[in-house]
Design a protein around this ligand. Structure first.
Ligand SMILES: NC(=O)c1ccc[n+]([C@@H]2O[C@H](COP(=O)([O-])OP(=O)(O)OC[C@H]3O[C@@H](n4cnc5c(N)ncnc54)[C@H](O)[C@@H]3O)[C@@H](O)[C@H]2O)c1
Length: 246
């Protein structure tokens, strides 16, 4: 493993692998479902089945949090929810700004799931004068000129970019210069950021391509079940398979 990969792998801190970090929200969702049904303890097998992973992997993942369960009893649901939430930084509120209030930005602004997971949308910003001033999901859209003031005034720590591709890098540079170190990018462009800034890119078309790739293989594909040559896999497929299988 190169030093860069190593850094990436340990970025979550305390040596928790990125693949484990990526599965923690899945465990959390399964545990929240158990809490809603007043289940107080759960075996690793039950939790693994609810989360869609194998139980050995689940036990290994949870051991990174110092959680080993009790033989014959399993894991205490409430405590595990607390441990995972703490590890993911969900025991504190995170302030989010949504930049670009078109179709996607509006949908995100109206999504109730953010607040219940500890993400507070502090504001919506757009460059279009006809959108600025509109009331969306109880918030007034502000002009992008006020970006830096909003970040400083509300303590924004996560910027969601939902602008067209051509505007995304400029917006990203501004949020980073204003001190934001986490960016969720929906624009179909790879953003350049300095060290210490985390960018997560959401691209539904890549996810669809990956599903199409797996559908094709399930159906026998052009070459039966033989692995497709690398050039035939959609972008992100190898990464996805790695993410799922790690
Ligand atoms: N990731 C995904 O799966 C996915 C899905 C749909 C759309 N998208 C992408 O998300 C982005 C938004 O899509 P949409 O359908 O909402 O587009 P849209 O055109 O409806 O909205 C974009 C908004 O960004 C604003 N904008 C433009 N330049 C800006 C700037 N410099 N600062 C602030 N605001 C600015 C526009 O005024 C507009 O309101 C696009 O890049 C699109 O390709 C991604």
């Amino acid at each position: 493993m190169t030093p860069r990969q190593n850094r990436h792998r340990d970025r979550a801190g305390r040596g928790i692998p990125e693949a484990t970090v990526a599965r923690l929200p899945v465990y959390l969702r399964a545990l929240t479902g158990l809490q809603e049904r007043d289940v107080s303890t759960v075996s690793s097998e039950e939790l693994a089945a609810a989360a869609g992973v194998n139980s050995a992997k689940l036990r290994k993942d949870l051991s990174h949090l110092g959680s080993y369960g009790t033989r014959g009893v399993g894991y205490e649901v409430e405590y595990l929810v607390y441990q995972i939430s703490r590890e993911l930084g969900l025991t504190q509120d995170w302030v989010v700004a949504i930049i670009g209030v078109g179709n996607l930005g509006r949908a995100l602004a109206g999504y109730g799931g953010f607040a219940s997971r500890g993400f507070r949308v502090a504001g919506l910003l757009d460059a279009d004068e006809s959108i600025v001033g509109q009331e969306i999901s109880g918030m007034t859209v502000e002009h992008i000129d006020g970006l830096e003031d909003m970040i400083a005034g509300h303590g924004v720590s996560i910027a969601v970019i939902a602008t067209p591709a051509g505007a995304a890098q400029g917006v990203c540079d501004r949020v980073v210069a204003a001190g934001v170190t986490s960016v969720l990018n929906f624009a179909p462009v790879v953003l350049s950021v300095p060290d210490g800034v985390d960018v997560r890119k959401v691209d539904l078309s890549i996810e669809l391509q990956i599903l199409a790739f797996h559908e094709q293989r399930k159906a026998g594909g052009p070459d039966g079940f033989a692995p497709l040559p690398p050039g035939d896999a959609p972008p992100g497929a190898a990464q996805y398979v790695e993410r799922v299988e790690a």
